[in-house]
Write a protein of this length. Sequence first.
Lengths: 135, 328
Amino acid sequence: MKSNTDNITSSPRHPITSLDPRINRLDLKRVAEGEQTASHLVTWEVFHQEKRGKQPTHAGIVHASTPEMALMFAKEQYARRGKTTNLWVVKTSDVYTFSSEDEEIFETTPEKTFRDPGFYKVRERIEAYQAKNKI
Amino acid sequence: MYGNTSLTAEEAKVLNASVEDPQKLEAFEARITRGEKIEPGDWMPEQYRKQLIRMIEQHAHSEIVGALPEGTWITRAPNFKRKLALIAKVQDEIGHGQLLYSAAETLGKTREQMLMDLLSGKSKYSNVFNYPANTWADMAVIGFLVDGAAIVNQIINSKGSYGPYCRALERICYEESFHLKQGHDNFVYLATGTPVQRAMLQEALNRWYRPLLHFFGPSDRDSQHSEKLMKWRVKLASNDDMRNQFLDQYVPKIYELGLTLPDPELKKGDDGIWVFGDPDWDEFKRVINGDGPCNKERIEVRRYSELAHRWVREALLNPNEKYAIPMA
């Protein structure tokens, strides 16, 4: 893999006069030539439970090096407003799924109507029986 | 130019000339025509992936860089209520950047690479953030009108074909509606305040009028079209259509306060199309190519954050962990 160093151009630096006094206090030049290295914190899938008794649902991901840190970031990212009971984090690499080409294995499931309550209809049979036997 | 694709002639040529496996392409396009979303593990044309990464990444950078002019005013907000709202808004913007980086990551480009490409100038961000926020009234104009323009763009894009981007945008639009409301509140407060406050707001409005017209990118007459991007639901509305929608929604809200816009030619035609004076597209090109009032400051500040705090991330890094592409 290409080093991230390759992508930093060393542009000529000029002192910046910002409207922001905090920026003027930074020693921008000091770090401008800093060394670049690639580093990736792993990703965690975040699940959010809105209310006690409700199903936790997938909310998104965060980058973190430990589960504790992932949970802290998840709180900032996915529980800033509204209600939250709890959050779960699971390392992305620990989630095992079907590949998307396997989607067809679920294709015929909706056709299995014998698994649905609506499949079982007896009213007509009852009425026919009643008519025939004068009940 | 927020989450908006803008192609050069060369890029349009490459895109239009790209060839894919016809059978897979047909199934892919049929899925989009049926209104289904494309998910990270699905087969997709190389150019679809490329254009989406570029668009989502650019959108993410815009959120991060966009927080800088507003962050400037946190320490100088006029009262506690405004300070709370501004801190919350700036935190949201950074959160939006993170959500969008995650969506782009599902397409295979790492977050580190995107951050590096912002610093090197390889990736762009919205031009509107290369202008300074001179006074507190700029906070009102940004919160109300820049966020208003962003919402027009983001609601349209949330109807696109790529699942992770649409999901991120839905959450973003929900939060942006708070940004818009607090911006409007601030805007109305200044407009109905003392003569000094009103004058300050009018001056800020005059400063932001042009950058706002530039926001949706060059006129359709001067931009490269790609039927493919429309068909793949990567681009969903033309620049001029989005700009017109924005003017239609927001100009009346400026006029109802007795404020003006610095453009004698601005008016709505009988056909419902707004006409406006030349917003100086040469300036747009100059700023996008790095020669705006704040381009240098924005990138230097990002570079500072990235490099001065890198040791923290390196200290946190677990060398035995392997990075995996996020799933959704």
